[in-house]
Design a protein around this ligand. Structure first.
Ligand SMILES: *[C@@H]1O[C@H](CO)[C@@H](O)[C@H](O)[C@H]1NC(C)=O
Ligand SMILES: *[C@@H]1O[C@H](CO)[C@@H](O)[C@H](O)[C@H]1NC(C)=O
Ligand SMILES: *[C@@H]1O[C@H](CO)[C@@H](O)[C@H](O)[C@H]1NC(C)=O
Length: 222
């Protein structure tokens, strides 16, 4: 019954072509409800896609190679690094420079947590004070790790520690956990939580700063 009705409706729109034997779209376009809803959904999807695109564009503008925010370990000073009885005594200071080369974008560093690792084990923690970095500016973080921490070095790790004690060059990794927002004109973006990893630093005990650092550029990971 319903199918017959549909055939009649369909025929009244177009030229009198013979109705197909089976399957026919009932009342095309005659009721808006379904189509309007689909159009609405489509609009929402397109809007969201555009927002995501804009968002990615902003991130790309900030972190593309030319205007990339860069982190470097500029100075280190290691004055104590003793490991005995599963206890590591350490005194490590480092300066990490942050270069924001962007002309229009400022950066809020709402949270900065620095951690130091030896053989993938965290031994140092230092929370730094939040600050705002203006455009085209360089800031320096003074990071200090001092104290003692229980760590367990076994097997190869212990072998490596003993080798490094002999050579006086320690393989230490630094990591910054950040919570940042960008400011573009008056617009502030949502929060991002990137990690900045300064791996494979070869830090000399009581050595001259920088001289011992082979690769002092840090990697940003979102
Ligand atoms: C870090 O920089 C400051 C000057 O800004 C300097 O006094 C300090 O010695 C540096 N730290 C290290 C570990 O070299
Ligand atoms: C740690 O090492 C330093 C030399 O780097 C040494 O003077 C000091 O006595 C050591 N401390 C301990 C507790 O072993
Ligand atoms: C950039 O940093 C310098 C200090 O290094 C400061 O005097 C200046 O006001 C900063 N500029 C902006 C735009 O924040």
């Amino acid at each position: 019954m319903a199918e017959k009705q549909a055939h009649l409706n369909g025929a009244s729109y177009g030229p009198p072509i013979p109705p197909p034997q089976h399957h026919h779209r009932p009342g095309r376009g005659s009721d808006c409800g379904c189509c309007c809803f689909l159009a609405f959904i489509l609009k929402v999807v397109i809007t969201v896609a555009m927002l995501i695109g804009l968002f990615i564009l902003i991130i790309w503008l900030i972190f593309r190679p030319i205007n990339k925010v860069e982190f470097h370990v500029t100075d280190v000073a290691l004055t104590q690094f003793n490991y005995t009885n599963n206890m590591l005594q350490f005194n490590l200071a480092a300066n990490i420079s942050i270069r924001n080369p962007n002309k229009k974008i400022g950066i809020y560093y709402d949270r900065i947590e620095a951690r130091a690792f030896y053989e993938d084990q965290r031994f140092g923690y230092h929370a730094l004070t939040a600050f705002y970095q203006g455009h085209k500016n360089t800031s320096v973080l003074n990071v200090v790790f001092k104290g003692q921490q229980a760590v367990t070095l076994q097997g190869e790790e212990l072998t490596q520690f003993n080798q490094e004690r002999t050579s006086g060059l320690y393989s230490i990794a630094l990591e910054l956990s950040l919570r940042i927002r960008f400011k573009l004109g008056k617009v502030k973006t949502a929060r991002f939580k990137p990690k900045v990893e300064c791996d494979d630093l070869k830090i000399p005990l009581n050595g001259s700063p920088v001289a011992g650092i082979s690769n002092n550029k840090c990697e940003i990971k979102f």
